[in-house]
Write a protein that binds this ligand. Structure first.
Ligand SMILES: CC(C)(COP(=O)(O)OP(=O)(O)OC[C@H]1O[C@@H](n2cnc3c(N)ncnc32)[C@H](O)[C@@H]1OP(=O)(O)O)[C@@H](O)C(=O)NCCC(=O)NCCS
Length: 378
Protein backbone atom coordinates (compact mmCIF):
# COMPACT_ATOMS: atom_id res chain seq x y z
CA UNK A 1 0.00 0.00 0.00
CA UNK A 2 1.28 3.45 -0.80
CA UNK A 3 2.00 5.82 2.04
CA UNK A 4 1.30 8.73 -0.29
CA UNK A 5 -2.08 9.75 1.00
CA UNK A 6 -2.19 13.25 -0.42
CA UNK A 7 -5.15 12.73 -2.77
CA UNK A 8 -5.96 16.22 -4.01
CA UNK A 9 -9.26 17.73 -5.11
CA UNK A 10 -9.33 21.53 -5.40
CA UNK A 11 -10.01 23.60 -3.47
CA UNK A 12 -9.22 21.17 -0.69
CA UNK A 13 -6.21 18.96 -0.06
CA UNK A 14 -6.23 15.70 1.84
CA UNK A 15 -2.89 15.42 3.60
CA UNK A 16 -1.20 13.72 6.56
CA UNK A 17 -1.57 15.44 9.93
CA UNK A 18 1.29 17.59 11.18
CA UNK A 19 1.98 18.98 14.65
CA UNK A 20 0.08 22.15 13.64
CA UNK A 21 -3.09 20.06 13.43
CA UNK A 22 -2.93 18.84 17.05
CA UNK A 23 -4.91 21.69 18.56
CA UNK A 24 -7.70 21.95 15.96
CA UNK A 25 -7.94 18.16 15.82
CA UNK A 26 -8.28 17.90 19.58
CA UNK A 27 -10.92 20.62 19.61
CA UNK A 28 -12.82 18.87 16.86
CA UNK A 29 -12.73 15.42 18.45
CA UNK A 30 -13.76 16.79 21.86
CA UNK A 31 -16.70 18.74 20.45
CA UNK A 32 -19.86 17.28 22.01
CA UNK A 33 -21.88 17.64 18.81
CA UNK A 34 -19.17 15.92 16.78
CA UNK A 35 -18.91 13.06 19.29
CA UNK A 36 -22.65 12.53 19.10
CA UNK A 37 -22.85 12.73 15.33
CA UNK A 38 -19.74 10.84 14.23
CA UNK A 39 -20.41 7.14 14.35
CA UNK A 40 -17.16 5.76 12.97
CA UNK A 41 -14.92 7.22 15.66
CA UNK A 42 -15.40 5.97 19.20
CA UNK A 43 -13.59 7.40 22.21
CA UNK A 44 -10.71 4.85 22.10
CA UNK A 45 -10.15 5.62 18.42
CA UNK A 46 -10.18 9.35 19.06
CA UNK A 47 -6.96 9.05 21.09
CA UNK A 48 -5.17 7.03 18.42
CA UNK A 49 -6.53 8.90 15.45
CA UNK A 50 -4.05 11.83 15.35
CA UNK A 51 -1.18 9.31 14.99
CA UNK A 52 -3.08 7.36 12.33
CA UNK A 53 -3.65 10.56 10.39
CA UNK A 54 0.09 11.21 10.49
CA UNK A 55 0.91 7.71 9.28
CA UNK A 56 -1.71 6.42 6.89
CA UNK A 57 -0.24 2.91 6.59
CA UNK A 58 -0.03 2.36 10.36
CA UNK A 59 -3.62 3.44 10.71
CA UNK A 60 -4.87 1.35 7.83
CA UNK A 61 -3.18 -1.72 9.32
CA UNK A 62 -5.16 -1.01 12.51
CA UNK A 63 -8.34 -0.59 10.49
CA UNK A 64 -8.91 3.16 10.95
CA UNK A 65 -7.11 5.88 9.07
CA UNK A 66 -7.64 9.00 7.01
CA UNK A 67 -6.48 12.49 6.22
CA UNK A 68 -6.60 16.02 7.46
CA UNK A 69 -8.62 18.21 5.08
CA UNK A 70 -6.95 21.55 4.44
CA UNK A 71 -6.97 24.34 1.89
CA UNK A 72 -4.83 24.00 -1.19
CA UNK A 73 -1.21 25.25 -0.99
CA UNK A 74 -1.57 27.06 2.35
CA UNK A 75 -1.68 25.90 5.94
CA UNK A 76 -5.07 25.44 7.46
CA UNK A 77 -7.44 22.90 8.94
CA UNK A 78 -10.98 22.24 7.69
CA UNK A 79 -11.55 18.84 9.28
CA UNK A 80 -10.81 15.16 8.75
CA UNK A 81 -12.02 12.38 6.49
CA UNK A 82 -11.73 8.86 7.81
CA UNK A 83 -11.84 5.34 6.42
CA UNK A 84 -12.59 2.40 8.69
CA UNK A 85 -11.93 -1.06 7.32
CA UNK A 86 -14.98 -3.26 7.83
CA UNK A 87 -13.73 -6.31 5.92
CA UNK A 88 -10.79 -6.85 3.52
CA UNK A 89 -12.66 -5.11 0.70
CA UNK A 90 -15.23 -2.91 2.43
CA UNK A 91 -14.82 0.25 4.46
CA UNK A 92 -16.84 2.89 6.26
CA UNK A 93 -16.40 6.48 5.10
CA UNK A 94 -16.93 9.39 7.44
CA UNK A 95 -16.01 13.02 7.57
CA UNK A 96 -15.97 15.71 10.24
CA UNK A 97 -15.74 19.36 9.29
CA UNK A 98 -14.86 22.11 11.80
CA UNK A 99 -17.99 24.20 12.51
CA UNK A 100 -16.50 27.36 10.97
CA UNK A 101 -15.69 25.56 7.69
CA UNK A 102 -19.13 24.01 7.13
CA UNK A 103 -21.50 24.84 4.31
CA UNK A 104 -18.84 25.22 1.58
CA UNK A 105 -18.92 21.82 -0.10
CA UNK A 106 -15.67 20.87 1.63
CA UNK A 107 -17.07 17.59 2.96
CA UNK A 108 -18.33 16.62 -0.49
CA UNK A 109 -14.98 17.28 -2.15
CA UNK A 110 -13.02 15.56 0.61
CA UNK A 111 -15.27 12.48 0.68
CA UNK A 112 -15.17 12.30 -3.09
CA UNK A 113 -11.38 12.26 -3.05
CA UNK A 114 -11.23 9.73 -0.20
CA UNK A 115 -13.77 7.45 -1.90
CA UNK A 116 -11.83 7.63 -5.17
CA UNK A 117 -8.65 6.69 -3.31
CA UNK A 118 -10.40 3.83 -1.50
CA UNK A 119 -11.74 2.32 -4.72
CA UNK A 120 -8.64 2.92 -6.85
CA UNK A 121 -5.73 2.42 -4.45
CA UNK A 122 -7.07 0.24 -1.64
CA UNK A 123 -9.15 -2.15 -3.77
CA UNK A 124 -12.22 -1.37 -1.74
CA UNK A 125 -15.35 -2.62 -3.51
CA UNK A 126 -17.96 -1.16 -1.15
CA UNK A 127 -18.04 1.93 1.02
CA UNK A 128 -20.59 2.29 3.76
CA UNK A 129 -22.10 5.42 5.31
CA UNK A 130 -23.78 5.29 8.70
CA UNK A 131 -25.68 8.40 9.71
CA UNK A 132 -27.98 9.05 12.66
CA UNK A 133 -31.54 9.37 11.37
CA UNK A 134 -31.71 12.94 12.72
CA UNK A 135 -28.50 13.97 10.90
CA UNK A 136 -30.08 15.39 7.74
CA UNK A 137 -26.88 17.03 6.56
CA UNK A 138 -24.91 13.79 6.86
CA UNK A 139 -27.57 11.98 4.91
CA UNK A 140 -27.57 14.63 2.18
CA UNK A 141 -23.80 14.33 1.89
CA UNK A 142 -24.03 10.57 1.39
CA UNK A 143 -26.84 10.89 -1.16
CA UNK A 144 -24.91 13.54 -3.08
CA UNK A 145 -21.94 11.17 -3.37
CA UNK A 146 -24.23 8.51 -4.84
CA UNK A 147 -24.69 6.28 -1.77
CA UNK A 148 -27.85 4.15 -2.04
CA UNK A 149 -30.03 4.00 1.09
CA UNK A 150 -30.12 0.47 2.47
CA UNK A 151 -32.16 0.72 5.62
CA UNK A 152 -32.34 1.83 9.22
CA UNK A 153 -30.57 -0.01 12.03
CA UNK A 154 -32.64 0.50 15.16
CA UNK A 155 -31.01 1.79 18.35
CA UNK A 156 -27.57 1.40 16.75
CA UNK A 157 -26.02 4.55 18.28
CA UNK A 158 -26.32 6.77 21.33
CA UNK A 159 -26.67 5.90 24.98
CA UNK A 160 -28.61 2.85 26.22
CA UNK A 161 -31.26 5.11 27.79
CA UNK A 162 -31.47 7.37 24.73
CA UNK A 163 -30.55 5.34 21.66
CA UNK A 164 -30.64 6.62 18.10
CA UNK A 165 -31.56 4.83 14.94
CA UNK A 166 -28.93 4.81 12.24
CA UNK A 167 -29.51 5.18 8.51
CA UNK A 168 -27.14 3.07 6.43
CA UNK A 169 -26.22 3.42 2.80
CA UNK A 170 -23.77 1.74 0.46
CA UNK A 171 -21.65 2.88 -2.46
CA UNK A 172 -20.14 0.31 -4.82
CA UNK A 173 -17.15 0.88 -7.07
CA UNK A 174 -18.40 2.69 -10.17
CA UNK A 175 -21.34 4.33 -8.39
CA UNK A 176 -19.50 7.41 -7.06
CA UNK A 177 -21.31 10.50 -8.38
CA UNK A 178 -19.21 13.11 -10.17
CA UNK A 179 -18.07 15.99 -7.94
CA UNK A 180 -20.59 18.42 -9.39
CA UNK A 181 -23.44 16.08 -10.39
CA UNK A 182 -26.69 15.63 -8.48
CA UNK A 183 -28.02 12.05 -8.30
CA UNK A 184 -31.73 11.41 -9.03
CA UNK A 185 -33.95 12.47 -6.17
CA UNK A 186 -31.25 14.60 -4.55
CA UNK A 187 -33.04 17.94 -5.08
CA UNK A 188 -36.11 16.57 -3.29
CA UNK A 189 -34.00 15.23 -0.44
CA UNK A 190 -32.39 18.66 -0.06
CA UNK A 191 -35.79 20.41 0.01
CA UNK A 192 -36.95 18.06 2.76
CA UNK A 193 -33.76 18.37 4.78
CA UNK A 194 -34.15 22.16 4.58
CA UNK A 195 -37.59 21.88 6.22
CA UNK A 196 -36.53 19.36 8.85
CA UNK A 197 -33.48 21.33 9.95
CA UNK A 198 -35.84 24.10 11.07
CA UNK A 199 -38.10 23.81 14.12
CA UNK A 200 -41.47 22.24 13.37
CA UNK A 201 -43.66 25.15 12.21
CA UNK A 202 -47.10 26.41 13.25
CA UNK A 203 -49.48 26.15 10.29
CA UNK A 204 -52.48 28.49 10.11
CA UNK A 205 -55.78 27.12 8.75
CA UNK A 206 -58.63 28.91 6.97
CA UNK A 207 -60.41 29.16 10.36
CA UNK A 208 -58.68 32.13 12.06
CA UNK A 209 -58.53 30.64 15.57
CA UNK A 210 -57.53 27.15 14.36
CA UNK A 211 -53.93 26.15 13.76
CA UNK A 212 -51.69 23.12 13.54
CA UNK A 213 -48.77 23.36 15.94
CA UNK A 214 -46.21 21.04 17.58
CA UNK A 215 -47.54 19.12 20.57
CA UNK A 216 -46.61 20.56 23.96
CA UNK A 217 -46.66 19.40 27.58
CA UNK A 218 -50.02 21.15 27.98
CA UNK A 219 -51.52 18.67 25.51
CA UNK A 220 -50.70 15.61 27.63
CA UNK A 221 -53.85 15.62 29.75
CA UNK A 222 -56.38 16.53 27.03
CA UNK A 223 -54.76 13.96 24.73
CA UNK A 224 -55.12 11.30 27.43
CA UNK A 225 -58.76 12.29 27.85
CA UNK A 226 -59.45 12.30 24.10
CA UNK A 227 -58.01 8.82 23.70
CA UNK A 228 -60.56 7.38 26.17
CA UNK A 229 -63.14 7.89 23.40
CA UNK A 230 -64.68 4.59 22.16
CA UNK A 231 -64.74 5.82 18.54
CA UNK A 232 -61.03 6.51 18.67
CA UNK A 233 -60.43 3.03 20.09
CA UNK A 234 -62.62 1.47 17.42
CA UNK A 235 -61.23 3.18 14.33
CA UNK A 236 -57.56 3.71 15.20
CA UNK A 237 -54.74 1.75 16.80
CA UNK A 238 -54.18 3.97 19.85
CA UNK A 239 -53.17 1.69 22.78
CA UNK A 240 -56.01 0.28 24.85
CA UNK A 241 -56.43 1.02 27.70
CA UNK A 242 -54.87 4.43 27.04
CA UNK A 243 -52.95 5.84 30.01
CA UNK A 244 -51.30 9.17 30.76
CA UNK A 245 -47.92 7.46 30.22
CA UNK A 246 -48.91 6.75 26.62
CA UNK A 247 -49.65 10.41 26.17
CA UNK A 248 -46.37 11.47 27.77
CA UNK A 249 -44.46 9.12 25.47
CA UNK A 250 -46.37 10.39 22.46
CA UNK A 251 -45.66 14.06 23.17
CA UNK A 252 -42.09 13.82 24.45
CA UNK A 253 -40.72 10.98 22.38
CA UNK A 254 -42.79 9.90 19.38
CA UNK A 255 -43.80 13.37 18.15
CA UNK A 256 -40.40 14.95 18.82
CA UNK A 257 -38.48 12.14 17.11
CA UNK A 258 -41.01 12.02 14.28
CA UNK A 259 -39.99 15.55 13.32
CA UNK A 260 -36.26 15.32 14.10
CA UNK A 261 -35.87 12.15 12.03
CA UNK A 262 -38.29 13.22 9.31
CA UNK A 263 -40.40 10.07 9.58
CA UNK A 264 -43.68 11.68 10.65
CA UNK A 265 -44.78 15.28 11.14
CA UNK A 266 -47.26 15.14 14.03
CA UNK A 267 -49.27 18.28 14.82
CA UNK A 268 -51.74 19.21 17.52
CA UNK A 269 -54.89 20.81 16.13
CA UNK A 270 -55.62 23.70 18.49
CA UNK A 271 -58.05 26.57 18.80
CA UNK A 272 -58.09 29.34 21.40
CA UNK A 273 -59.34 26.87 24.02
CA UNK A 274 -56.46 24.48 23.41
CA UNK A 275 -56.10 20.92 22.17
CA UNK A 276 -58.71 19.73 19.65
CA UNK A 277 -57.04 16.71 18.07
CA UNK A 278 -53.96 15.45 16.26
CA UNK A 279 -53.08 15.06 12.62
CA UNK A 280 -49.97 13.46 11.19
CA UNK A 281 -48.17 13.22 7.92
CA UNK A 282 -46.15 10.02 7.48
CA UNK A 283 -43.20 10.77 5.27
CA UNK A 284 -41.13 7.59 5.48
CA UNK A 285 -42.99 5.38 3.04
CA UNK A 286 -41.04 3.30 0.54
CA UNK A 287 -41.84 5.75 -2.27
CA UNK A 288 -40.37 9.21 -1.59
CA UNK A 289 -43.16 10.93 -3.54
CA UNK A 290 -45.96 9.42 -1.43
CA UNK A 291 -47.04 10.44 2.08
CA UNK A 292 -50.00 9.36 4.22
CA UNK A 293 -52.18 11.26 6.63
CA UNK A 294 -53.84 10.11 9.85
CA UNK A 295 -56.08 12.03 12.23
CA UNK A 296 -58.13 12.03 15.43
CA UNK A 297 -60.47 14.71 16.72
CA UNK A 298 -61.00 15.14 20.44
CA UNK A 299 -64.66 14.21 21.08
CA UNK A 300 -65.42 17.73 22.34
CA UNK A 301 -64.19 19.32 19.10
CA UNK A 302 -66.03 17.20 16.51
CA UNK A 303 -68.46 18.29 13.81
CA UNK A 304 -67.17 21.84 13.68
CA UNK A 305 -65.29 21.37 10.42
CA UNK A 306 -61.99 21.53 12.26
CA UNK A 307 -60.61 18.26 10.92
CA UNK A 308 -61.55 19.08 7.36
CA UNK A 309 -59.58 22.32 7.60
CA UNK A 310 -56.70 20.55 9.28
CA UNK A 311 -56.56 17.99 6.45
CA UNK A 312 -56.59 20.74 3.82
CA UNK A 313 -53.78 22.53 5.60
CA UNK A 314 -51.52 19.53 6.04
CA UNK A 315 -52.14 18.38 2.47
CA UNK A 316 -51.06 21.75 1.05
CA UNK A 317 -48.06 21.64 3.35
CA UNK A 318 -47.14 18.17 2.04
CA UNK A 319 -47.26 19.38 -1.56
CA UNK A 320 -45.72 22.82 -1.15
CA UNK A 321 -43.08 22.35 1.55
CA UNK A 322 -42.11 18.69 1.12
CA UNK A 323 -42.68 18.16 -2.59
CA UNK A 324 -44.91 15.09 -2.28
CA UNK A 325 -46.87 14.10 -5.39
CA UNK A 326 -49.52 11.96 -3.73
CA UNK A 327 -50.97 11.98 -0.22
CA UNK A 328 -52.87 8.87 0.81
CA UNK A 329 -55.65 8.32 3.33
CA UNK A 330 -56.77 5.02 4.75
CA UNK A 331 -59.64 4.18 7.08
CA UNK A 332 -61.27 0.97 8.19
CA UNK A 333 -64.24 0.22 5.94
CA UNK A 334 -67.26 1.73 7.71
CA UNK A 335 -65.52 4.78 9.18
CA UNK A 336 -67.93 7.16 7.49
CA UNK A 337 -66.90 10.27 9.45
CA UNK A 338 -63.27 9.87 8.41
CA UNK A 339 -64.26 9.22 4.81
CA UNK A 340 -66.46 12.32 4.80
CA UNK A 341 -63.58 14.46 6.06
CA UNK A 342 -61.22 13.09 3.40
CA UNK A 343 -63.71 13.70 0.61
CA UNK A 344 -64.50 17.24 1.79
CA UNK A 345 -60.77 17.94 1.78
CA UNK A 346 -60.48 16.89 -1.86
CA UNK A 347 -59.37 13.25 -1.58
CA UNK A 348 -60.72 10.78 -4.14
CA UNK A 349 -61.81 7.46 -2.67
CA UNK A 350 -59.99 4.96 -4.85
CA UNK A 351 -61.35 1.69 -3.55
CA UNK A 352 -61.08 -1.00 -0.95
CA UNK A 353 -57.71 -2.55 -0.15
CA UNK A 354 -58.57 -6.01 1.15
CA UNK A 355 -56.72 -7.39 4.17
CA UNK A 356 -54.13 -4.70 3.57
CA UNK A 357 -52.93 -3.60 6.99
CA UNK A 358 -52.78 -5.13 10.42
CA UNK A 359 -55.32 -3.53 12.75
CA UNK A 360 -55.01 -4.79 16.32
CA UNK A 361 -55.54 -8.59 16.07
CA UNK A 362 -57.15 -8.53 12.65
CA UNK A 363 -56.35 -7.97 9.03
CA UNK A 364 -59.48 -6.08 7.94
CA UNK A 365 -60.34 -4.25 4.71
CA UNK A 366 -59.47 -0.57 4.36
CA UNK A 367 -60.88 2.20 2.27
CA UNK A 368 -58.06 3.89 0.46
CA UNK A 369 -58.11 7.35 -1.02
CA UNK A 370 -55.63 9.90 -2.24
CA UNK A 371 -55.13 13.45 -3.37
CA UNK A 372 -52.45 14.20 -5.94
CA UNK A 373 -50.65 17.45 -6.61
CA UNK A 374 -52.82 19.56 -8.90
CA UNK A 375 -56.13 18.26 -7.46
CA UNK A 376 -58.30 20.87 -5.79
CA UNK A 377 -57.74 20.75 -2.01
CA UNK A 378 -61.44 20.86 -1.00
C1 LIG B 1 -63.22 11.16 11.83
C2 LIG B 1 -63.04 12.37 12.73
C3 LIG B 1 -61.57 12.68 12.80
C4 LIG B 1 -63.82 13.56 12.16
O1 LIG B 1 -63.48 14.71 12.92
P1 LIG B 1 -64.41 16.04 12.92
O2 LIG B 1 -63.64 17.05 13.67
O3 LIG B 1 -65.76 15.69 13.36
O4 LIG B 1 -64.43 16.41 11.38
P2 LIG B 1 -65.22 17.62 10.65
O5 LIG B 1 -66.02 18.36 11.63
O6 LIG B 1 -64.23 18.36 9.84
O7 LIG B 1 -66.14 16.85 9.63
C5 LIG B 1 -66.93 15.81 10.08
C6 LIG B 1 -67.81 15.39 8.94
O8 LIG B 1 -68.14 14.01 9.13
C7 LIG B 1 -69.55 13.88 9.17
N1 LIG B 1 -69.86 12.76 10.01
C8 LIG B 1 -69.71 12.68 11.35
N2 LIG B 1 -70.12 11.45 11.75
C9 LIG B 1 -70.51 10.80 10.64
C10 LIG B 1 -71.01 9.49 10.40
N3 LIG B 1 -71.21 8.62 11.38
N4 LIG B 1 -71.32 9.16 9.12
C11 LIG B 1 -71.11 10.02 8.10
N5 LIG B 1 -70.64 11.26 8.28
C12 LIG B 1 -70.33 11.63 9.54
C13 LIG B 1 -70.03 15.18 9.70
O9 LIG B 1 -71.42 15.37 9.42
C14 LIG B 1 -69.13 16.15 8.94
O10 LIG B 1 -69.52 16.26 7.59
P3 LIG B 1 -70.45 17.52 7.08
O11 LIG B 1 -69.61 18.74 7.28
O12 LIG B 1 -70.66 17.21 5.66
O13 LIG B 1 -71.66 17.52 7.89
C15 LIG B 1 -63.57 12.11 14.16
O14 LIG B 1 -64.88 11.59 14.05
C16 LIG B 1 -62.74 11.12 14.95
O15 LIG B 1 -61.74 11.50 15.56
N6 LIG B 1 -63.12 9.83 14.98
C17 LIG B 1 -62.40 8.81 15.74
C18 LIG B 1 -60.99 8.57 15.20
C19 LIG B 1 -60.99 8.32 13.73
O16 LIG B 1 -61.85 7.67 13.16
N7 LIG B 1 -59.91 8.77 13.08
C20 LIG B 1 -59.72 8.60 11.66
C21 LIG B 1 -59.07 7.30 11.42
S1 LIG B 1 -58.85 7.01 9.69
Amino acid sequence: MSADNAAVSPPVTLRPATEHDNDPLETLLKDAGVQQQTLLINSGDAEKLPHYLEDFDAGWRQGLTGWVIGPENVEGFFGIVVLRRLSPHTAGLSCVIAPEARGNGIARRACHAAATFAFDALNITRLEARVRTDDHVGRLLALRLGFAPEGVARAAAGEPDDPSDVWTAGLLAGELAGPSSEPDGYALARTRAGQLLEPQPVLPTAIPQLRLRPLTEADIDPLTQACQDPQTARWTTVPQPYTRDHSVGFVRDIARKGWSTGTTAIFAIADNDGYCGTIDLRMDLADPLVAEIGYNSAPWARNRGYMTHAVRTITRYAFESFGFLRVEWRALVGNDASRRVAQKAGFTIEGVARCETQHRDERPDFWIGAIVRGDSVG
